[in-house]
Design a protein around this ligand. Structure first.
Ligand code: SPQ
Length: 430
């Protein structure tokens, strides 16, 4: 696909698409709970639709009238076995969280995915859940999908110190803990996104969190709720950065989720001198309107506890750093290597092709800026966040074309990304 190049003066307002993490969890909680769960603003990206279809396959009645989704949960005990493997496509969140949910069922389920998902590590979830008496195994004694979850109705609690900062691992253990007899204690390495903890409370469950220690006593039953999904800051990030790096631009993003475990990018933008303004802050729904404008940027160092708060934004932050004065260091981000693709290598390879001064390290990136970017043939490696980052990079290209291979990957989290971008261009078109 030929990308839009050489644009400045981006202006307008984007209603940010719904949060992917919360959309997945809204279906999962709805399926585990008893009673009706009504979901407003569900993200109809491919990943969340994989979650929806997976629970339908497991016998959960789910109605979708195109606007609102209703999940008629009857508790975990009402889930039904499925004869063939459930294909969850590209979605790491679906497969990993479902391992925790299905660990305690009285039947066996096989979960599989696309070529990218089937290369992503699953031992991080399999091992702790098997310590709880789960019986989960990977393909031919490896840790990779297809994953077989042999239901084990006698899950036991445990105390677990997490070796990686991961909301997916934490969430899978929490889902198993809700089914186990007794108290499970999880100690996080660094605090990661806390949507699962918040939704356990919202669905009438009980959980305590003290700094990095989380306690859940099982078994617990949950009750259906109404969920209003806020916009995804991870999707907003692409247009925030576009506004900051494209001359004379100002973009307003409405209904952006601002859960503090997700807002690391806002802290980094401010540290780099980016001009941002939050308005219409809704404390209850943890959302706000964010306005960003073209800014003079300086480099910074990004590492440590902030990493899980911006892990999915690092590809677009790397692009931002190519336009900042000085050397930006991204470290402690080795988790980027096990996402939809190796995001450290993907960002370094593709931005280098476009003229950026960027180097991959063992746990991050070194970026010297500012550098002009030029045309190139690039690829998303089938990774939605790499594809969107490259389109924003292309806006800076004054000479030459940028052709993106595997552009369709953006549909995983932001199906309308390219059409939304068009509305910001001068004259509203290419
Ligand atoms: O679902 P998937 O494919 O793992 O999605 C990604 C993404 O970029 O959209 C990661 F590749 O987001 C993860 C995120 O990186 C979603 C997530 C969640 O909803 O719990 C948590 C993070 O992953 P992890 O491995 O740090 O727990």
């Amino acid at each position: 696909m030929k990308l839009v190049t050489n644009k400045q003066n981006l202006q307008g307002t984007i209603v940010v698409p719904a949060d992917k993490s919360i959309s997945h969890r809204s279906i999962m909680f709805g399926a585990m709970a008893k009673g009706k769960t009504t979901i407003h603003n569900f993200l109809r990206g491919e990943d969340c639709l994989s979650t929806l279809e997976a629970f339908k396959a497991l016998g959960v009645p789910i109605e979708d009238d195109g606007a609102v989704i209703q999940v008629h949960g009857q508790g975990l005990e009402a889930l039904k076995s499925v004869d063939s493997p459930i294909d969850v496509g590209n979605s790491g969140t679906t497969i990993r969280l479902m391992m925790g949910i299905l660990a305690g069922t009285p039947f066996t389920t096989v979960l599989t995915g696309d070529a990218s998902l089937n290369k992503r590590p699953m031992a991080r979830v399999m091992d702790p859940i098997n310590q709880m008496n789960g019986q989960i195994s990977g393909f031919q004694h490896t840790q990779f999908p297809p994953i077989t979850i042999q239901g084990s109705p006698h899950l036991k609690p445990m105390t677990y110190e997490m070796p990686v900062a991961s909301a997916q691992v934490k969430s899978a253990i929490l889902f198993a803990a809700l089914q186990a007899e007794g108290e499970t204690v999880i100690v996080e390495k660094e605090s990661s996104r806390n949507h699962t903890e918040e939704m356990i409370r919202q669905f009438g469950g009980s959980i305590t969190v003290e700094e990095k220690t989380i306690r859940v006593k099982g078994p617990q039953s949950l009750t259906g709720q109404t969920v209003i999904v806020p916009g995804d800051i991870s999707s907003a990030a692409f247009f925030l950065v576009a506004a900051l790096i494209c001359k004379d631009s100002q973009i307003q993003l409405t209904n952006v989720g601002i859960n503090p475990t997700r807002t690391g990018i806002l802290d980094i933008i401010k540290e780099m001198g980016g001009l941002l303004e939050l308005s219409e802050i809704d404390e209850q729904n943890q959302s706000a309107t964010i306005t960003a404008q073209a800014s003079e940027l300086k480099s910074c160092t990004i590492g440590g506890a902030i990493i899980p708060r911006l892990i999915d934004e690092l590809p677009i932050i790397a692009l931002l750093a190519t336009q900042a004065n000085g050397r930006t260091i991204i470290k402690d981000a080795q988790e980027l290597k096990v996402k939809e693709t190796n995001r450290i290598d993907a960002v370094a390879n593709e931005l280098t092709k476009m003229g950026a001064c960027i180097e991959a390290t063992e746990d991050g990136l070194l970026i010297n800026g500012p550098t002009p970017l030029h045309g190139a043939n690039v690829t998303s490696y089938g990774d939605h966040r790499i594809g969107m980052m490259l389109q924003i990079a292309a806006l800076l290209v004054e000479e030459g074309e940028v052709k993106l291979d595997q552009a369709e990957a953006v549909s995983v989290s932001y199906p309308d990304f390219f059409t939304d971008l068009m509305t910001l261009l001068p004259g509203g078109a290419v």
